[in-house]
Design a binder for this molecule. Structure first.
Ligand code: GRF
Length: 209
């Protein structure tokens, strides 16, 4: 492990595909992050099985809209013990509490479209790709952004763009986008580890697809 390596905790709610992708790249010598724990808003999703398979520390909570102070403190303590530098929301469908010291620039989310388009409350998974397909746009992609109190509205850090034929079926869009997400998220984490992101002028870093 180099001293550039950052520790990340990944928060999930479902299949954990992004989690698995991040873990699978950890042994490459280009990887500058290490997954040190998983937070799940469901005790029975596939992502939890992945966390158990890799023997990662696991934190499960329903993340109902109004977390009690004790629950917040329990989560903070777990995160402190994990020594996480960043919290990465990857398919996490609830509001993540903006805890010190991670709030502002240490909690990031990946969204499967080019924000600020096709984002916001209720826009997740297939719903995003259905809206993209219906709209007839010819460019979509994925976005990594800092998390703030509003769904998908935090500062955009990086994006990847892909060309699609207008009204391509949503399943095909989802497949193409996820392939690129598998590149975007690890590359963004590496650049965060190297302190090359976010870009100083707050412009959006575009990865080559
Ligand atoms: C990805 O498409 C990501 O953009 C979004 O959730 C999906 C990953 O969730 N935020 P999962 O790994 O399939 O549960």
């Amino acid at each position: 492990m180099t001293n550039k390596t950052i520790k990340i905790v990944v928060a999930i709610s479902g299949t954990g595909r992004s989690l698995e992708n991040m873990i699978s790249r950890e042994n490459s010598n280009k990887c500058l992050y290490q997954v040190v724990g998983v937070i799940s808003s469901s005790g029975s999703c596939k992502g939890v099985e992945i966390a158990k398979h890799y023997k990662l520390p696991l934190y499960i909570d329903t993340f109902k809209s109004s977390l009690e102070i004790e629950e917040i403190e329990k989560l903070r303590e777990w995160l402190n013990n994990s020594k996480a530098d960043y919290i990465v929301l990857a398919g996490f469908l609830k509001k993540f509490p903006l805890l010190n010291p991670w709030k502002n620039d240490r909690i990031i989310n990946i969204h499967p479209a080019l924000l600020p388009s096709f984002g916001g409350k209720g826009m997740y998974g297939a719903k995003v790709h259905q809206a993209v397909s219906k709209s007839g746009v010819t460019t979509t992609g994925a976005t990594v952004h800092f998390v703030n109190e509003k769904y998908d509205e935090g500062q955009i850090i990086s994006q990847v763009k892909i060309e699609i034929t207008p009204h391509l079926d949503f399943e095909s869009i989802g497949k193409k986008v996820f392939e690129k997400e598998c590149q975007l998220l690890p590359e963004t984490l590496n650049l965060l580890a190297e302190k090359k992101l976010p870009l100083e002028d707050r412009s959006v870093y575009q990865i080559k697809s």
